[in-house]
Design a protein around this ligand. Structure first.
Ligand code: ME8
Length: 652
């Protein structure tokens, strides 16, 4: 059966300096989409590359004292290395200096000139070099570029023009008839209101004031305007009007051009009009994502706040970085980057939620079944919710990805991770393990967890390929167990394999939050005082209330031993404790006691633990239980239990 093609592109990057995590977002998102489509059975093809002509690059080369060609040649390796590091599985890397691309541009220019869409005239206006954009007087904002706010240069020169106005009505009609062409909707409205409705002016498509560009074949002192050179990369890569292999029939029209919101205008106005003039179909979708912001502002060299993806990937791992950027950029909105947020996500979502799910399941399988899950089954109603969520998750994620929303797809996947963690709490395998009669049930519980982990391993791979691979390795998944089809019905995991325990998927990161983060997170003194007052009032009221013995037995109290304690990554007041309560692995319990205890003092203490408190996230870290303490004046002391009592002993 021939697979359905899916063609996805990233913008081609200016090789004018180091790429930052903002650029990385577009490429990682495109890669995740390509991999997801491949998983679901498509013949997915991804294009990326570099946009190498134009005044900006020529200037950079002059500054560096080399020719423009030498300058761009010197940048390519670095960019390709970055994509390799980020695990980008692109199919083609195009450079606008490639001979075949240049051919395409020259032929397009000739064709459009011959058919009368391009004509010669004189350009009088302004040019913004950083944006490589022309502006008329009325388009300037306070005399500066309306896109980036920087000063513009006066430009007056003989030039070729493209008749944009001729196609404006057709484009407007197309946008109306294809409401999902420009996504998200807010960007569509912006384009229509700000550019199409006021009317399009003819576009200047050649320059004579510099020469680093594709020469116009019939008028050599002109080079083609850099956007008319860059946009057709999407078709020159497929062999349009050049001598490369013809992939146009297979992949054109593109399924999606993924671009940042700053260049959506070029992709939804200029590009479709050029395509109409060439008699080609328009791309099915143009998706304009937001920006990754730093402290609410744009990232860029000129702002002095670029974040280097190579450094971050080296420090925290590629998948953690991929996860951070993908989950952060909600559909249509800007994302935010901070190192504290990244560390927090690693500790909470990756180490705690996902990593622990795998390690707890593997540890219990090792303990109770010597690492081999037997085929015994004994289902109970509590399994139903987990199973049906696992079966629903692939479809939900597919819909999210078709909606260009990797952040939502990851959220859906991590809902399954949380559900599986909750299932461990509900089924309490460590209790089942104590009863010989419950072995079949215990096997079922561990099977269900392993099978859920298989779903997670397969579904996480497009987003975090290394993690998916590691999980598959630990669970000994066969190629058949890693297919989309195998996720149709819960139960595809072949029992009987002996699982070995591996190193944690994501080790917790010990990192002091920045001073600034600390300040932000401190509750105001006044709020604290008020909360204390209210609590005191409540406590006083309670003294007179009597409760029944049934009510008293509601909290389940046991003896616990603190095996490890550390400071919370984001809150000064809190300590994150690992407490042995006689379960398979220690419980993580967060307590607001750092004012009275150091982590070292706590380690080894026998304490009283309430174990059936609903788990909660405290400043992003899950707390599953509560340590009991007494309060006297301004001091808080933990209730300690006799050291002779073993962890897990019930307190009544
Ligand atoms: O625009 N957050 O190249 P480019 C998210 N050559 N995305 C960001 C970002 C940020 N902080 N900063 C930049 C060009 N980007 C042209 C494209 S395509 C035919 C030609 C995104 O290297 C930006 O929005 O300046 C754009 O989509 C991409 O990085 C490349 O930017």
């Amino acid at each position: 059966m021939t697979k359905k093609p899916f063609y996805i592109t990233t913008p081609i990057y200016y090789p004018s300096g180091d790429l930052h995590i903002g650029h990385t977002y577009t490429t990682v998102a495109a890669d995740a989409m390509k991999r997801f489509k491949t998983l679901t059975g498509y013949d997915a093809y991804m294009l990326t590359g570099t946009d190498e002509h134009g005044q900006k690059i020529q200037k950079k080369a002059e500054e560096a004292g080399v020719t423009p060609q030498e300058f761009v040649d010197g940048q390519i390796d670095k960019i390709k290395k970055l994509w390799k590091l980020m695990n980008i599985d692109y199919d083609q890397f195009i450079r606008t200096t490639d001979e075949e691309h240049v051919k395409t541009i020259q032929r397009i220019f000739e064709k459009l000139y011959e058919q009368g869409d391009i004509y010669k005239g004189k350009y009088e206006g302004h040019y913004c070099t950083p944006c490589e954009s022309f502006w008329t007087d009325s388009q300037l904002v306070d005399g500066c570029c309306p896109d980036c706010g920087r000063p513009v240069q006066d430009a007056s020169e003989e030039a070729y023009f493209f008749k944009m106005s001729k196609y404006a009505d057709r484009l407007m009609k197309y946008i109306e008839e294809h409401p999902d062409f420009i996504q998200p909707e807010s960007r569509k409205n912006e384009m229509v209101k700000n550019f199409l409705e006021p009317g399009l002016q003819d576009l200047c498509v050649s320059r004579t004031s510099f020469d680093w560009g594709v020469p116009v074949t019939f008028d050599k002192k002109h080079v083609v305007y850099v956007w008319m050179d860059a946009l057709p990369n999407y078709i020159s890569a497929l062999g349009y009007l050049n001598d490369k292999e013809n992939l146009m029939d297979k992949y054109w029209p593109a399924d999606v051009h993924l671009v940042g919101k700053d260049i959506i205008r070029f992709h939804t106005i200029y590009w479709p009009i050029f395509l109409m003039a060439l008699g080609l179909e328009l791309p099915k979708h143009v998706y304009g994502h937001g920006w990754i912001l730093i402290k609410g502002g744009k990232m860029g060299k000129s702002f002095g706040n670029v974040v280097d993806p190579v450094e971050l990937a080296d420090t925290y791992g590629v998948d953690a970085l991929r996860y951070h950027v993908l989950s952060d950029m909600k559909k249509g909105a800007d994302g935010n980057y901070s190192e504290d947020m990244l560390v927090n996500k690693i500790n909470v979502n990756l180490a705690n939620d996902l990593g622990n799910l795998l390690s707890r399941t593997a540890a219990m399988t090792a303990k109770y079944f010597d690492g081999v899950i037997p085929d015994a089954r004994e289902e109970e109603p509590v399994d139903e919710e987990l199973i049906s969520l696992a079966e629903k998750t692939p479809g939900m994620m597919e819909a999210d990805m078709d909606n260009f929303d990797p952040a939502q797809a990851l959220e859906d996947l991590f809902t399954l991770v949380s559900r599986a963690n909750k299932y461990i709490d509900e089924t309490q395998p460590w209790v089942l393990g104590k009863d010989e009669m419950k072995r079949a049930r215990l096997a079922s519980v561990l099977y269900n967890l392993t099978e859920t982990l298989r779903y997670i391993a397969v579904l996480i791979e497009p987003f975090m390929p290394e993690t998916g691979g590691k999980m598959a390795q630990e669970l000994l998944l066969t190629p058949e167990e890693r297919t989309w089809e195998s996720l149709k019905h819960f139960g595809g995991y072949q029992a009987g394999k002996k699982i070995e325990r591996h190193a944690p998927l994501f080790p917790r990161i010990e990192k002091k939050p920045s001073e600034e983060a600390k300040e932000e997170k401190k509750p105001a003194k006044k709020e604290k005082k008020q909360a204390k007052k209210e609590e005191k009032k409540k406590e006083e009221g309670k003294k007179d209330e009597k409760i029944t013995i049934e009510e008293f037995s509601k909290p389940e109290l046991v003896v616990g031993r603190i095996v490890k304690s550390e400071r919370h990554p984001n809150a000064d007041r809190l300590l994150v404790n690992q407490v042995d309560i006689g379960e398979e692995s220690p419980r993580q319990i967060v307590s607001g006691i750092s004012q009275w205890y150091t982590p070292e003092e706590l380690t080894g203490k026998s304490v009283v633990v309430c174990v059936n408190l609903k788990p909660a996230k405290l400043r992003g870290v899950v707390s599953d239980g509560m340590l009991l303490a007494a309060e006297e004046g301004d001091t808080v002391s933990l209730l300690e239990a006799d050291k002779k009592l073993s962890p897990g002993s019930k307190i009544r």
